[in-house]
Design a protein around this ligand. Sequence first.
Ligand SMILES: Cc1ncc(COP(=O)(O)O)c(C=O)c1O
Length: 366
Amino acid sequence: MNIPILDLAPEIDLLWENLNAAFERVMRSGQFIMGAEVTAFEAEIAAYLGVKYAVGVNSGTDALLIALRALGVQPGDEVITTPFSFIATSESAEALGATSVFADIDPRTFNLDPAQVEAAITPRTRAIIPVHLYGHAADMDALLEIAARHRLCVLEDVAQAFGGRYRGRKLGTMGDAGALSFFPSKNLGAFGDAGMIVTDRDEVAEMAKMLRAHGARKKYYNEIIGYNSRLDALQAALLRVKLPYLDAFCDGRRAAADRYRNLLTGIDGLTLPFEADYAHHVYHQYTVRIADGRRDTVQRQLAEAGIGTMVYYPVPLHKLPIYSGRGAHFPEAERAAEEVLSLPMSPHISAEAQAQVADALRAAFR
Ligand SMILES: Cc1ncc(COP(=O)(O)O)c(C=O)c1O
């Protein structure tokens, strides 16, 4: 049996009738961009997280960019973030004329190391973007304390960790704002691009709402240069069907992670995911480390056995040509890029499929 890294079919089968009903409702409504579905979805996300505002936009990438601008980050400012993330995280700074400054990661959690963040602060630093990578919380208390001491904004990148928690607090609710992605493969995935900004701050929400709609509070009375980043009604309606299942699906991921741990413990040279005492990991990815330069060979052997895996991410951001020339060296991010491998994971992955992955992995290590 071939095992893809992600199989969305069981989730869609389970929700098929409700998804179709939502689809039909939008088709018949004639309202395809923003409108009642988006307003209702925003209210449901705000209630789920316990925040004052949720502002729908058309991707996680836009959520980061618009949130940074709404937080007041300006051209010339510096934004500290992790070099071990998807490009959208750091790109948000450059897209508005600011500069990304990287700080190395904690090798156990793959997330920003607070001590490295503090060392990267300059008089131009305006914001920190912690990423809760793979579904595991960044060390928020330490980061929030540093931010408060240096008067910096904190924008949480929750793209991979919606449903996750830090010391019982939902991710996305601790910083000045949070950016969610509903990219189809995410823990709450749409049927296209979609994203959201969440915040308790009145002026940040108001600015984000303006920015997503061409800088206008009132149509055709544009006040600033903004974007077309409105959320589609169809995506909102389909996501509303899935949202009530998010916690159960995250539990399914955690159960699958437990099964992997039982199956994979004791393989020499294989490091299993770490869960810090402060984190409620929601395993957007189940990412192992394979040391000694063997990762690519193991990945190839798994592919030959019909098992899909991915490397998130093979090139740390500071090594991309767009950021080269900064001369920085982040040894932990660089080592992670050489060692990480994400295994098949979903809320509905079967124990049999996981056993097959484990057998193939053991064989590759033999
Ligand atoms: C950590 C991280 N940040 C931001 C994004 C951007 O989200 P989107 O694809 O919805 O634009 C993604 C994923 O795609 C991501 O993994």
